[in-house]
Design a binder for this molecule. Structure first.
Ligand code: BG6
Length: 503
């Protein structure tokens, strides 16, 4: 296991929500797992005036209360510098503070700058960092972590990419997609490429369709203001879901190395068949918005009644897409992806539907529904793998019934499962960008969603309502090709499915 060299992590947006909820707890976990270098500085930078002590006090709230001794030690590594992040004049102050902290704490000049600010500052901060030479790597490394969203459309992503690469080289830029940091997402690579049994059947000859669902039971909560300008396509599909498609569909990389893997993902993205007419989009892309309903006897608000949301909003809280990957492996194999808020349960999973057996030996001459072999890769929760196949029902004759074979990740060991942010932060400290999105793949993903974004701007583009707590608009079901075929409706537990189950 690599341990990072001594370093300073500067978090811009130090009192923001992401810093408190995700970053500080993740860095603390790394600290108690002894994965951080002994000499380590965390410098928070924001507009608000705090002393180091006040900032530490504020961060304590987000650390486990019962581990008082550890948290006290951890807090010694935390410092704070108030700066106007959008003002170039303040950057010499930041630089001076960083250098003096590094000197007194005997930390080498290895810097990571984490942009956890509103996206409008993403192009500004790197420019100001470069104005004081904090982007150069003469005395140590200088890396930049950029949070999502990376642009809001193709043009803005291209321009952000151009700006960033004026000041930092591509190998210094780490674009976060926290889905890639999830253990079970990485396990997809292991499942596919450490086992020889799957690869021969992982293609159009044996797979009928691939389905990826990322459902959330929560609504937009307090993020209505942000979400109403975004929607499911930008918030989840352009990044998280397409990255999952990349890992499911890619060719075996030649090695486990950042560019080897990301080159393969790029090839998949480049092979996406783009929608070329409005009719194609209408027939293959469904968007929906949750409406008020009752869940477990309680009245639940519709999206348009949420705080910060326009009363006539046409922002989608659900999106489902059927599309193809134009390459040798996947020619004519439909990929279905869907995501939504206020669905019945929180679940992310990949379902590989295999083709039926070619000869219906056990149907007794009657047209019976075939056993549909499925491999389900559960990303969250109840992480694991489930295989569905046909077995003989005990008794006379040959009546078949579908059965499950399941493996649950938590049965592997009681080892600490790192959160996505722990894994990603540590990787950046080590200099491993494998689980970060590369600029060219992000741009390709925007190219794919562009025609959909443009069509949805039109008044006549339909948006369907669905009652909160259901599996999205009825129209999404009809996307799936084939008689009586539909999505898998997963439950909280990996091995259960169906429209009705424990939530
Ligand atoms: C974020 C989106 O990127 O991912 C949120 O902005 C979404 O809207 C979240 O809720 C889902 O992440 P996870 O890890 O809870 O599946």
């Amino acid at each position: 296991m690599n341990t990072p060299s001594p370093l300073a992590l500067v978090i811009f947006g130090a009192s923001g929500d992401l810093t408190k909820r995700k970053l500080i707890p993740a860095i603390y976990q790394l600290f108690i797992q002894k994965r951080l270098p002994k000499k380590f500085i965390l410098l928070g930078a924001s507009r608000t005036q705090y002393t180091d002590e006040e900032y530490r006090e504020k961060m304590t709230e987000f650390l486990p209360k019962e581990e008082f001794h550890c948290t006290k030690q951890f807090l010694q590594h935390i410092f704070y510098q108030a700066i106007q992040t959008d003002q170039q004049e303040d950057y010499p102050i930041l630089k001076e503070r960083l250098e003096s902290l590094c000197q007194t704490n005997e930390v080498e000049q290895n810097y990571i700058f984490y942009l956890s600010t509103p996206p409008s500052l993403y192009p500004i901060i790197p420019k100001h960092l470069s104005s004081v030479g904090l982007n150069n790597e003469e005395n140590g490394f200088s890396r930049l972590i950029v949070e999502k969203p990376f642009g809001t459309d193709l043009e803005s992503a291209l321009s952000l990419n151009n700006l960033l690469t004026q000041y930092f080289n591509e190998n210094q830029i780490y674009r976060i997609d926290h889905y890639l940091g999830k253990e079970t997402v990485q396990n997809l690579l292991v499942l596919r490429f450490a086992n020889a049994i799957f690869e021969p059947i992982w293609n159009r000859n044996f797979i009928e369709r691939v389905e990826i669902t990322s459902a959330e039971s929560l609504g937009v909560e307090s993020r209505g203001g942000y979400y109403d300008k975004s929607g499911a396509l930008k918030d989840m599909i352009q990044n998280h879901l397409l990255q999952l498609v990349g890992l499911v569909a890619m060719e075996p990389p030649i090695e486990v190395e950042a560019d080897a893997i990301r080159n393969e993902v790029l090839k998949v993205f480049k092979a996406f068949k783009h929608f070329s007419s409005e009719e194609e989009i209408r027939n293959n892309v469904i968007r929906g918005q949750y409406t008020s309903s009752h869940i477990s006897g309680k009245e639940v608000k519709g999206y348009r009644q949420e705080e910060g949301v326009d009363k006539n909003s046409r922002t989608e809280t659900f999106a489902a897409i059927k599309f193809y990957i134009n390459n040798w492996r996947w020619s004519n194999t439909p990929f279905y992806i869907r995501t939504g808020k206020k669905l019945p349960t929180r679940v992310t999973e990949v379902v590989i539907h295999f083709k039926n057996s070619p000869h219906h030996l056990f149907s007794g001459g009657i047209e019976l529904p075939q056993i549909n072999n499925q491999l389900i890769i559960r990303i969250q929760p109840d992480e694991g793998i489930l295989m569905k196949f046909g077995m003989k029902e005990p008794g006379s004759g040959f009546v078949t019934q579908p059965v499950n074979m399941d493996f649950h990740y938590d049965s592997l060991s009681n080892k600490h499962l790192p959160s996505a942010y722990e894994r990603l932060l540590l990787d950046c400290m080590i200099g491993d960008a494998t689980l970060y999105s590369r600029g060219d793949t992000v741009i390709e993903a925007w190219k794919f969603v562009k025609p959909i974004q443009e069509y949805w701007k039109k008044e006549e583009a339909p948006i369907y309502g669905y009652p909160a707590g259901t599996w999205g608009p009825y129209e999404a079901d009809s996307l799936i090709e084939g008689n009586e075929q539909t999505w898998r409706y997963p439950c909280k537990n990996l091995s259960n499915d169906g429209l009705y189950c424990e939530l």
